[in-house]
Structures are given as C-alpha cells and as structure tokens.
Design a protein around this ligand. Structure first.
Ligand SMILES: *Cc1c(COP(=O)(O)O)cnc(C)c1O
Length: 458
C-alpha cells in the first residue's frame, strides 16, 4: 500500500497539558471577564490563541543557543544572524528588535508622519496601531473577493493594484508614507499574496518613488503557497521563491516569533543604508544598541538557525498540511470556515455560525468563549472587538468579516489534538441555536482594546 504522510521530525521532549471540567471552565472564563487573554495557560487544554512565539524549537536551535555571544557590541551572534538574514532575504542591512511591533515602531518613526497615508493589504492590528498612533491612516487595498468568506481565490491576500494606484494618485495634499504588504495576509485569514501581485505592487511603488515594505511574519508560508499554487514556481525551492519575493521590496519588518520559529524576537531588513542609519537612532532609543536591539546573543543564534529551518520545504509541508487537517475536519462537520484554508490558522466565520447574534453583541467573541467552555480550547476573535473604535468618531468598527481564529503553533500539537479541537467546535455548532445572546463591554482601553477588554454575558 501507499505509505501515509508522516512528520519529518520526532519528539525529544514533552510537556504535560491538563484537562479540566466544564464547571471549572465556566468559572474561570467568568473570572477572566470573558476575555481569553485573561486566562492562565494552565486553564487551557489546547492553546490556539496564536502561533506567535508558541512554536517548539529544534535540538539544533537549542544547541545554537549555547553559542550565544552576549557581548554588548559586535557580538559574534549578531554577525551570524546578519549573514543568515542576508542569505535568506537578500537585505544587506538589518536591525534586531525585541519583536515585530518593535520593528514597526522603529521603522515608522522614520517613515510615517502625522497626516500620511499607508496603503497596503489589510494591515495587522499592531501595524495599524503604530500607524494610527502617529495620526496617519492605514488604507486597506485588499482585493474585494477577500471579504467573501466562501469565495475561492488562490491568493486572497493580494493587493487590488488599481485601488492602490487610485489611493496614491488621489492622496494630495497628503503624503503616502510607504506601502505595507503583509505576507501572508493575517487579517484577511492567513491568505497568501502571489508573486505576480508583489511584482506589480513593486512596479507601482517604484513609479511613484514610494518605498515598499513587506510585513513578513509568515513569509515562508507565503512562499510555500506560491510554490504550490502559482504557475512557474512548482520546481523552484522555497529559498529561491523567498529571495525573489524580497527582491521587490525596499525593506521588511519581521516578527521572528512566527516563521522563524523562535519564542521572542524581530528585525527590520533594509536595502538602503541611509534608511538603516536613520532607523538606527530610534533602535538605540527604543530597543538597544544596533548589534543586539532587544535580543540576547543566544536568541539571535536560535533565530539564525530558525530562519533556515522555517524555510525548509518538508517542515512547511507538514505544518500547512496540519492546519489543512483542522480545516477539512471542520468542513466535514458543516462548520463555516474561510476558504481556501490559511497557512497558520483556520478561521471560523462567526457571522454564519451564530447568525442570530447581532454584531454589537460580538458573535466572534461569543463563539470563542463557547469553544473554551466546551473543550478548554482557546482561539481568538478577529472581528469587531479587535477592530477597535474609529479614532475620530469613537464608534465601534465592524469589519467585513467576523472571525474566530484557531492558530496552530509550529511543531507543538499532534494530529490527535487537532481532531479533539475539531470535535469541540462541532459540539458547539450542534448547540448553536441554544446560544441566545452575545456579550457586552464593561470596560476597554482606547487602542488595541481586545487584549484587556472586560465583558459580560447578556
Ligand atoms: C505578529 C505580527 C506582527 C507583530 O509582531 P509581534 O512579534 O507580535 O510584535 C506584525 N505583523 C504581522 C503580520 C504579524 O503576524
């Protein structure tokens, strides 16, 4: 018989996770003000809150850490990381930062000024936060089909290039600070951006002399989708595809906690030495000296190794296949999910799942709370709570999609865990009509409110 698929790794160390009862979970989630960020990890059985910083490092990454050089300036670990970044992304200059949003903070301190526009595909929440904090505007130019959760498009993260060009042409007297393309497009469901779209965005950016920045947290997963879905790339290696992707950009921000499979870290890549020098000033103020910028030497070692492992084809295949397993099961159980499946997560369409819960009762968050109560599975709402209020009118913003994201950590859970999660979602789906009401806000922060919001059941 044909041998079944199996993972290209085996397990060297295990960590116990504990189950709980429905009564315990009901109490814990009430005490957490129906905000899943307030739960203690020990109260969660399977944690799909995020794939950020939650991956399992390899034996090679752990052993690389032993070679960390903790010198304040000019550490060998910095130079090893610099070489790995040059090798994989092609960028000559880089600044280490403690995580992805710190990279955004440092880079946007140079590029983004009050009143500017920053067009791109749907910006990630911290990216948008750093833009709006500077009183600039993030303009979403994602292709229209991305907001239709059941429509198929192989590259649903693409930029609508006509809209992008209109935004640039009509910007006067405002200035377009830079274009930010997120690969893969997290906010629209972990959807990839095609190489031809990147090429076209780059052409437009160059013709108006605007810098193109790639928000690159999941650049390797994006490359996997290009290899498996875009004409002309099937026989190219992931690293060849990655280097072509970055060849179209002037710079990148990176949350290394995603595709570089480390628990903490980030960086900015630059083509232009001048921009690197300007950003260095802010890196020193906010992050640390330019040869460590918020990272220990050992962490830079693990990151350098992680960049190679994260861009290996066999690893990416096992990862994206496992995420696909979750999506296929949910589909079999009739649960409305966004298709095609994203690279790092499955997104449940909460508006279709709970059509009787109005948007001002937060159906996404309601579903995330029910899923936790059902099986101790922690996902996250990506909908009206995360979308914050409009900075000017202070009204709730209702994005086109109201989603619950189940993000799969890298190399952490087995397929049995995935089957358990799918069954828990199916059970909530079975009893969806008995969920009569949603949630109401008791207190919230002025920006990035979803992290600390307090809610109650209506
Ligand atoms: C995670 C993420 C960020 C922010 O990175 P942190 O490391 O969490 O600060 C920015 N953009 C995208 C697309 C991300 O997924």
């Amino acid at each position: 018989m044909e041998l079944p698929y199996s993972e290209p790794f085996k397990i060297k160390m295990v960590e116990t996770v504990s189950r709980s009862t429905a009564e315990q979970r009901e109490k814990w989630i009430r005490d957490a003000s129906y905000n899943l960020f307030n739960l203690r990890s020990g109260q969660v059985y399977i944690d799909l809150l995020t794939d950020s910083g939650t991956g399992a490092m390899s034996d090679r990454q752990w052993s690389a850490m032993m070679q960390g050089d903790e010198s304040y300036a000019g550490a060998a670990s910095y130079y090893r990381l610099k070489e790995a970044i040059k090798d994989i992304t092609g960028f000559d200059f880089f600044l280490p930062t403690h995580q992805g949003r710190a990279a955004e903070n440092v880079l946007f301190s140079v590029l983004v000024k009050e009143g500017d526009l920053v067009p791109g595909n749907s910006h990630f929440d911290t990216t948008k936060g750093h833009i709006e904090f500077r009183k600039a505007t993030a303009v979403d130019c994602t292709i229209g089909i991305a907001s239709d959760p059941s429509a198929y498009h192989p590259f649903k993260g693409n930029v609508d290039t006509e809209k992008l060009e209109r935004v640039i042409v009509n910007a006067q007297p405002k200035k377009v600070a830079c274009i930010v393309v997120t690969i893969t497009n997290n906010t629209s469901g972990g959807q990839p951006v095609s190489m031809s779209n990147l090429r076209e965005v780059s052409r437009i950016a160059k013709s108006y002399n605007i810098k193109l920045i790639l928000d690159s947290a999941r650049f390797a997963e994006n490359a996997y989708f290009i290899k498996t879905r875009e004409d002309g790339y099937a026989s190219k290696s992931i690293r060849e595809i990655v280097s072509e992707m970055f060849s179209y950009a002037d710079g990148m921000t990176m949350s290394s906690k995603k595709d570089a499979i480390v628990n903490m870290g980030g960086f900015i890549g630059f083509r232009d030495e001048e921009l690197f020098r300007e950003a260095s000033v802010y890196n020193i103020i906010y992050e640390g000296f330019i040869t460590y910028g918020g990272m220990s030497g050992r962490d830079m070692e693990a990151l350098a190794q992680g960049l190679y492992e994260g861009t290996g084809y066999e690893y990416l295949e096992s990862r994206i296949r496992q995420v696909g397993l979750l999506g296929s099961r949910l589909k079999e159980y009739g649960v409305p999910v966004i298709e095609p499946f994203g690279g790092h997560a499955i997104f449940i369409d909460a508006k279709s799942f709970l059509p009787h819960i109005p948007r001002n009762e937060f159906p996404g968050q309601t579903l995330a709370v029910e899923l936790y109560a059902e099986g101790g599975v922690r996902g996250v709402e990506i909908g009206a709570l995360m979308a914050d209020r409009d900075p000017v009118t202070r009204e709730n913003r209702y994005p086109a999609l109201e989603l619950v994201r189940l993000a799969v950590p890298r190399r952490v859970y087995t397929d049995n865990h995935i089957e358990y999660v799918a069954a828990a979602v199916a059970n909530v789906y079975e009893r969806r009509n008995s969920i009569r009401h949603g949630l109401r806000i008791i207190s919230e922060a002025p920006i990035l409110r979803h992290f600390t919001i307090a809610l109650e059941r209506i």
